[in-house]
Write a protein that binds this ligand. Structure first.
Ligand code: SF4
Length: 312
């Protein structure tokens, strides 16, 4: 069945934290000699990582892979205090590209621990962001309603939950409900921890899912927010697939699809979205809706330590 229409979800793709993190690495590459070390993937996207590797960035998962006194950039997902200490011990020149919205969750963890709360973090075990946040203070990690049943906290009347920034809104609401049923005096974070970009992209997918037969999500398989977009469409009853780029589109997915939706996770470049669209059109004049990308008007300044390096 030929594709009749392509609908692009809006907003999609890069968020302010990703734009800033990539800009930090690019500016460092312009200012400093290579190699430049980046602790963890700067953002969870294969294309971004490959492009920056080609310019002389070395991505590491352990700081012992970084020579003493080198420049080391921390990724958008944040790091634990233990990693900061290790970096100080190696006299690394650190540039911190942690998204300010991740830092906000770290600050909440520190503040509410000081105030005597038991902390419950809703998140995915092993994710870079979760490991960084959990290093800030003692906390319990839950990733499902079942996990809530096994929780043991010291003071059930003084429990607060925090969340990873890139979770499913709907799944998180269910986990919070289960927490509230168990701890009726549960405290919520002062302001949503699931970030604006995650929320906006999931809401856009819900909108698009009502109009399409199939949704393609551009993103890498280790990108939490991209995976959640796929699940959001599937929960709305629409087949959805995560693709790194157009080469991963399988022809059989398109067999029954007259109207195809396309979106992208917060770490996926728009240029890849356009390549996916071109492949779907396969040189026919299929109309594309939503080409104009909505400006979310969120921008973060680059870290001060990079401004200082630039001034030297
Ligand atoms: S997805 Fe949200 S928390 Fe993560 S980098 Fe983007 S704006 Fe920051």
């Amino acid at each position: 069945m030929p594709i009749r229409k392509i609908i692009l979800a809006n907003p999609r793709g890069f968020c302010a934290g990703v734009v800033r993190a990539i800009e930090v690495v690019e500016r460092a590459l312009d200012l400093l000699s290579t190699p430049i070390y980046v602790f963890h993937e700067i953002v969870h996207n294969q294309h971004v990582v490959k492009r920056l590797s080609g310019r002389g960035v070395v991505f590491v998962n352990h700081l012992d892979e970084v020579p003493d006194n080198s420049v080391c950039i921390f990724s958008a997902h944040g790091v634990s205090p233990a990693v900061r200490q290790l970096a100080a011990g190696k006299q690394l020149q650190v540039v911190d590209a942690t998204c300010p919205l991740v830092t906000k969750v770290h600050m909440e963890a520190i503040r509410f621990t000081r105030e005597g709360y038991s902390l419950v973090l809703i998140g995915h075990p092993g994710h870079d962001e979760v490991e960084g946040t959990m290093g800030e203070a003692p906390m319990h990690l839950v990733s499902s309603v079942e996990d809530v049943e096994n929780l043991q906290v010291s003071d059930p009347d003084k429990v607060i939950y925090l969340t990873q920034t890139t979770l499913s809104l709907d799944d998180t609401a269910q986990i919070v409900e289960a927490l509230r049923a168990r701890y009726p005096r549960l405290t919520a974070p002062p302001k949503d921890d699931i970030c604006y970009a995650t929320q906006n992209r999931q809401n856009a997918v819900k909108d698009v899912a009502r109009q399409v037969d199939l949704l393609l999500v551009v993103g890498s398989s280790n990108s939490s927010n991209s995976l959640r977009l796929t699940e959001t469409a599937q929960a709305a009853g629409v087949p959805a697939y995560l693709v790194n780029d157009e080469s991963e589109i399988r022809p059989e997915w398109l067999d029954q699809a007259e109207v195809v939706g396309v979106t992208a996770g917060a770490s996926a470049p728009e240029v890849i979205v356009m390549q996916v669209v071109d492949r779907l059109r396969s040189s026919r004049a299929v109309p594309v809706e939503g080409l104009e990308l909505e400006d979310e008007r969120v921008h973060f300044a680059i870290p001060q330590e990079l401004v200082q390096i630039a001034a030297e």
